[in-house]
Ligand binder design. Structure first.
Ligand code: HXC
Length: 258
């Protein structure tokens, strides 16, 4: 499918998806949300890591499209929120790691998109915030859930109730991002991290991601059982056989499984 608002690049096993709506600082309208949904649903089997970033130098994603939302009624508002929530949940539950390379404004739905990714790294120009209450709405793409999970309820409530935007260094301090780089270093660092991941066993990464994602919502015994089960499943993979044989034979492993 040809995308109007996405630019897709490919470097070996890494796919890079750039949200590209320059006239609105990459704000997410329903067409973009559907395009993202289509793209992640149809990722080819050879993609081992997905990097999501924003086109241009100013914005990752400046939020959901306020012009599109302005005249929605209650039912339409619900549907718009649910569409984004579903697409973002699909990103979160992909079998592969997803890295958000936050190159500028990540506000509202932009912050929510970054939070649906497994890992966030940012340029020192990035700004994060959930300014929705200033527009008379709540966060709507699962920001109340994920922000509180990532930074704790107290700081999430401060950000959401004040609507304030925080700089990348503050996002780093509170654990919203893993690292902050000069703007020109951001994509090389994202690709370097992704490449490191592509050297490892894809099924093991998939099972580990599933454990981390799901264990938050489980009691500890169930989380331990899930991990034990996934650990066991690794022993049914060729990756485990070759990964351990390679160590013992002092050579590099060859990981092929998806
Ligand atoms: C629609 C947007 C937009 C948005 C920016 N633009 N953000 N259009 N929706 N979220 C447009 C502007 O209208 C403007 O268009 C152009 O992009 C450039 O933006 P400026 O405001 O001129 O740039 P600047 O002065 O540098 O300010 C940058 C900014 C500001 C601080 C990021 O644009 C801003 O505050 N944007 C809105 C951020 C926001 O509130 N996001 C949350 C939205 S609610 P023109 O035509 O004038 O050039 C949300 C809800 C999610 O995300 C859940 C939904 C269910």
């Amino acid at each position: 499918m040809e995308y109007e608002f996405l630019k897709i690049e490919r470097i070996d096993g890494i796919s890079i998806m750039k949200v590209s709506a320059p006239k609105s600082l990459n704000a997410l309208n329903s067409t973009i949300l559907r395009e993202i949904g289509d793209f992640v649903e149809n990722l080819d089997d050879t993609t081992r890591v997905l990097i999501i970033t924003g086109d241009g130098e100013k914005a990752f994603v400046a939020g959901a499209d306020i012009a599109e939302m302005a005249n929605l009624n209650e039912e339409e508002g619900y549907k718009f929120g649910a569409l984004g929530a579903k697409v973002f949940r699909r990103i979160e539950t992909l079998d592969i790691p997803v890295i958000a390379a936050v190159n500028g404004f990540a506000l509202g739905g932009g912050c929510e998109l970054a939070m649906a990714c497994d890992i966030r790294i940012a340029s020192n120009k990035a700004k994060f915030g959930q300014p929705e209450v200033g527009l008379g709405i709540t966060p709507g793409f699962s920001g109340t859930y994920r922000l509180a999970k990532l930074v704790g309820q107290g700081y999430a409530k401060e950000m959401i109730f004040t609507g304030k935007a925080i700089r990348a260094d503050e996002a780093l301090r509170i654990g919203l991002v893993n690292a902050v780089y000069e703007p020109e270093e951001l994509m090389p660092k994202a690709i370097e991290m992704a490449q490191k991941m592509t050297e490892n066993a894809p099924l093991a990464i998939k099972y580990a991601k599933q454990c981390i994602n799901e264990s938050y919502d489980l009691v500890v015994e169930d989380a331990m059982e899930l991990e034990s089960r996934n650990f066991g499943k690794c022993f049914a993979t060729q990756d485990q056989k070759d990964g351990m044989a390679a160590f013992l034979e002092k050579r590099k492993p060859v990981f092929n499984a998806k």
